[in-house]
Write a protein that binds this ligand. Structure first.
Ligand code: 1PZ
Length: 192
């Protein structure tokens, strides 16, 4: 993940735009985290994966994220359920949640994931989700593994995890910013 988002950030810096194929590939790697979280997050995994898969399919028709958005703008389908643009915004929130989760884990000495996961969910998703989903996520955070179990499943130790998490955070930041700019520069808003 750290490597893929580092490369994306470098491509973005060089070209000023992002390839749908490369973006979707990098986002699909986030799925490795779900495997270590237990079955309570299966629903989140399914939802996230289906949206990334939709972007993979879109990559057959669109080269850049900007051109993908452009077609929905022309057709007036940006906010339609299942549209590529809408899925892009949801996937952006997913990689943003992971960024905040990692930042929090790096900053705090806490031994469990619950606090970091709740903070990240609160910051990114909770204002967009209805009560029932918020409740389910809150209950699900009690089933999360401890930080050390989590790292064990990922085959990382504390030091290697810190390096990879910082790498991911550094790479994903400009990528998130770029996606947000694509929406804002077309007056599409981000808050829906
Ligand atoms: C240790 C980390 C714990 C992570 C806990 C992950 C919590 C995320 C829970 C999200 C539940 C999502 C349920 C589905 C919501 C859908 O209704 C919405 C709207 O979709 P649409 O109407 O456009 O079809 N989908 C979303 O908001 C996208 C949800 C993606 C969740 C990705 C989370 C990535 C975090 C991974 C952390 C390991």
């Amino acid at each position: 993940m750290a490597l893929a988002f580092g490369e994306l950030a470098a491509d973005l810096e060089a070209a000023g735009e992002l390839s749908v194929t490369d973006f979707a590939k990098a986002c699909s790697l986030v799925s490795v985290l779900f495997g270590s979280l237990g079955f309570a997050f299966k629903f989140a995994e399914k939802d996230y994966t289906s949206k990334v898969d939709d972007l993979v399919q879109a990559s057959e028709r669109f080269k850049t994220l900007g051109s993908l958005l452009e077609v929905d703008v022309e057709q007036g389908t940006v906010r339609n359920g299942g549209s590529h643009s809408r899925n892009l915004l949801r996937v952006k929130r997913g990689i943003e949640m992971v960024k905040i989760l990692f930042e929090h884990i790096l900053e705090s000495e806490c031994s469990h994931l619950r606090d970091s996961a709740s903070k990240a969910y609160e910051a990114v998703f909770s204002q967009h989700h209805p009560w029932a989903i918020r409740k389910a996520v809150a209950a699900g955070t009690y089933t999360l593994p401890s930080k050390s179990q989590f790292l064990k499943v990922l085959k990382e130790d504390d030091a290697s995890a810190r390096i990879h998490m910082s790498g991911y955070v550094g790479g994903v930041k400009p990528v998130i910013h770029h996606v947000e700019t694509l929406f804002l520069s077309r007056n599409l808003g981000l808050d829906w």
